[in-house]
Design a protein. Structure first.
Length: 153
């Protein structure tokens, strides 16, 4: 069986970091994800608002580097939870349990703290930083002759 989902959207509010009784970090957030197609009658694109939950290091990373309006790419699994409301009625909620959260925009575009770099959700203690690729060193490269007569095929 396969249960994997990848979403890209903007945070609709600042992430809410909490801790369980045993101190495990958990963060909740909501993504606004535009549909790829427009409404058949109006032609306007519709938006889905999807609840996301992340645990442990992923939760710490998200709460530290993401804010409302920031573009995020989330990969994880879809989970359906059954619960009872205050009146005792049975309810169901769908949410994505995030395994990884990446930056979906650059600092310039999103106004967030980190530079552009797809960051693993296990983050670490500092924000990932963009580093430009270093040019290859100049060497004394010379072409060899194309003599394929020695090849067995």
């Amino acid at each position: 069986m396969l249960n994997h989902i990848v979403l890209m959207g903007r945070l609709t509010r600042d992430p809410e970091l909490r801790r369980t009784g045993s101190g495990i970090a958990v963060v909740t957030l909501s993504l606004a994800v535009d549909r790829d197609f427009g409404n058949s009658t109006t032609g306007e694109k519709e938006t889905d608002f999807i609840d996301i939950v992340a645990w442990r290091n992923t939760a710490e990373f998200v709460s530290k580097y993401f804010t409302k309006g920031r573009m995020a790419v989330v990969s994880g699994r879809l989970q359906i939870r059954n619960w009872n409301d205050k009146d005792g009625n049975k309810r169901r909620s769908a949410e994505v349990v995030a395994d990884n959260v990446y930056f979906g925009d650059s600092k310039r575009d999103g106004g967030g703290d980190g530079g552009y770099a797809p960051a693993q959700s296990y983050g670490g203690s500092s924000a990932p930083a963009y580093s430009a690729p270093t040019p290859a060193p100049v060497s004394d490269f010379s072409m060899i002759e194309d003599d394929d007569s020695q090849l067995p095929f």
